[in-house]
Design a protein around this ligand. Structure first.
Ligand code: SF4
Ligand code: SF4
Length: 420
């Protein structure tokens, strides 16, 4: 296990390094496997899709991790496919990453191991699983939740009974100091209502997000995140990450996205005392500015500069999961400043890269582009108001440390008196 230091001290260290170097802490997302056992209609890796499946070699990923640590990568995610199909390997690699001083290590699951909650061995299975994860430096472990309607979620995933199991497993994990995160990939069915409505409006999304946050908090989650839709009107990119399927269930028009982002931003304050909500409202504000045509009031994504994606099929790295036409070769051989990939990019809304980009943007601009900082400060004061608020909230949430419980004392000031 790595030494656990205070999240505030860690944040101050990160800020100091950022101001000294002008580079933000690097992020690497490794798609360890594209094997999966779920049936999600929104995803090209669903079990029924016929293609040759690939899993990276553990030794190669170990080399990537050592290289990443040397390059200043601070955040490492193991994604899939279904990462828990390779749980032993991922636990060993997470331990290696922790030994290499990478602090923000994440993985997740579709929750298939939480099925069969009615069986006599369920509690023992969950204790063994939680003990295994608790012994690693994994900081955050997400469980995908597609809908606040149980039947809709389980039908989409093809995992009957999984929600009951998640609800029973959460306290067992919490006893061992592991606080799982609920992760919603926004889709047209996420409310479980009005599934086939043509045009989704603001009340649809607002009611849907309110229900989602209440649903996952009632299940016992203490952290929630949402993944923004990857696809919109511009589908010109060749996505390398097959989780970016273009099925209608994850397609939203630009007008629907405006409703979606505004409703999400408005819903968050009503729930953030009860559950730690990772989504930064300053990033939602920037995306709204972009969709309203004010791209200059947003920050180009750090994908291809400080953030990279490794694809399980080729074993190569890319600027992100979206820019599949820009193969950067083996990550472990990549120089710290790869050539030709640093052009400003705002082509998608991938929250893994867009959210931290906006969160760090005032600090990057202070160091490297003070003129841009001053212009944005002048033209868009709301962004900085929300940014300061996000930082205060992140601090109240222990920077979403999934190895610490939610602290009701620090979250009390965030109570919203008018809960819907
Ligand atoms: S979204 Fe995840 S769980 Fe669902 S099919 Fe794709 S990889 Fe599997
Ligand atoms: S905005 Fe970021 S994640 Fe999206 S295509 Fe561009 S670099 Fe990739």
């Amino acid at each position: 296990m790595t030494e656990r230091i205070s999240p505030v001290r860690e944040a101050l260290k990160v800020t100091g390094r950022l101001l000294a170097s002008g580079r933000i802490p690097g992020q690497l997302i490794v798609q360890y496997t594209d094997r999966c056992n779920a049936t999600c209609p929104q995803c090209g890796m669903r079990v029924g899709n016929d293609f040759t499946r690939t899993t990276l070699a553990e030794q190669r990923v170990a080399e990537m991790i050592r290289h990443a640590a040397q390059q200043g990568v601070a955040a490492l995610s193991f994604t899939g496919g279904e990462p828990f199909l390779c749980l032993d390997e991922i636990c060993r690699l997470a331990t290696l990453a922790g030994d290499q001083q990478i602090r923000y290590i994440r993985t997740g699951t579709n929750g298939y191991l939480f099925r069969n909650a009615e069986r006599a061995d369920f509690a023992d299975r969950m204790k063994a699983l939680a003990d295994k994860l608790a012994a690693t430096p994994l900081r955050n472990i997400w469980v995908s939740i597609d809908s606040s309607d149980v039947a809709t979620h389980e039908q989409m995933r093809g995992l009957p009974g999984v929600i009951k199991g998640v609800e029973k497993a959460l306290p067992i994990f919490a006893e061992r100091g592991v606080y799982l995160s609920a992760n919603l990939g926004i889709n047209r069915y996420f409310t479980g209502r009005d599934k086939d409505r043509e045009q989704l409006d603001y009340p649809f999304f607002r009611g849907g997000f309110d229900r989602f946050y209440r649903f996952v908090a009632d299940l016992g989650f203490t952290i929630a995140n949402v993944c923004y839709p990857m696809h919109g009107d511009d589908n010109s990119n060749q996505a390398v990450y097959a989780a970016t399927a273009s099925d209608r269930v994850v397609y939203f028009s630009a007008e629907e996205k405006l409703n979606l982002f505004q409703a999400l931003s408005d819903a968050i304050p009503a729930h953030r005392e009860k559950i730690r909500i990772f989504t930064p409202r300053c990033s939602l504000h920037a995306l709204l500015q972009q969709y309203r045509g004010h791209e200059e009031l947003t920050t180009p994504c750090r994908g291809g500069r400080d953030y990279f994606f490794v694809d399980s099929r080729t074993g190569h790295s890319y600027p992100c999961g979206y820019r599949g036409e820009e193969d950067l070769g083996r990550f472990e051989e990549m120089p710290s400043q790869p050539c030709g990939v640093a052009q400003p990019c705002r082509r998608c809304d991938w929250e893994c890269f867009r959210d931290p980009t906006e969160l760090f943007s005032p600090l990057i601009d202070l160091r490297t582009a003070p003129g841009r900082l001053a212009r944005r400060l002048w033209k868009d004061r709301d962004f900085y108001r929300l940014w300061r608020e996000d930082l205060r909230y992140y601090r109240a949430c222990d920077f979403f440390d999934g190895r610490r419980n939610l602290n009701p004392e620090t979250l009390r000031p965030w109570r919203n008196p008018v809960l819907p």
